[in-house]
Write a protein that binds this ligand. Sequence first.
Ligand code: NAI
Length: 247
Amino acid sequence: MTGCGGAFAGKSVIVTGGARGIGQVIAQHFAAAGAAVAVLDPGVAGTETDGAIRFHACDVADAGAAARCVQEVAARRGRVDILVNNAGVLRDNVIWKMPEEDFDAVVRVNLKGPWLMCRAVAPLMRQQQGGRIVNIASRAWLGNFGQSNYSASKGGLVSLTRVLALELARYGVTVNAVAPGLIDTPMTRALPPATRDSLIAAQPGKRAGKPEDVAHAVAFLASEAAGFITGQVLHVDGGRSIGSSVF
Ligand code: NAI
């Protein structure tokens, strides 16, 4: 992590969806802080190495692929200390115009993917008697117009976080969620300009956040210092979750 020296020296970290956007910055921050990082993302050509970051072409919602990639990382590094479930997709529409495939596609990546990844790392972290899982939810878990699929997937991810916090606490494993608000990434840059403008107008600070804002929160929850914090949702949203600031 920039400015954190070797705060994660020797740690084995998995970041899903780390080929671009928020996940890329999270992966870079862990690598800069001394960790060996495995990025799991179908958006990479194959297994390539870029400094301390190793890329695995992997669809995390494919049970076989998720388990294989976790085993590969564990075999190479001997352990998995930190899992960041960041991969996520959007398919927005009002429910009366939303095809069933768009519900399935979003729930598959945003909820089933993290569930599969947690199922794959849980035995390792239990055996190690320690670990950190950080799930990237969204402020939208509280509810967003036009996001019945996305909000439900992120609400489910928050529930998954809470359950796994209970199941894994006795093994020294914490499980928390970070819920970003509007962050400037390829995902949000792809939104229609009018939608983006109205989202920025609804922000208390009238601006989007940066991927680094999310990466810092993830680093805190993944650190030794956060060992007694589990099952929590940390909103990184410039205050958007407090309520309406339209005036
Ligand atoms: P992005 O679209 O820029 O990047 C997402 C990455 O996930 C891509 O590299 C993509 O290839 C990867 N991915 C997609 N499906 C995958 C799969 N099946 N397996 C593995 N990787 C997969 O998105 P962004 O903006 O960086 O978002 C990252 C996370 O943050 C997502 O979970 C998103 O829902 C969440 N988030 C983003 C916000 C924003 O304003 N950008 C706000 C709130 C939450």
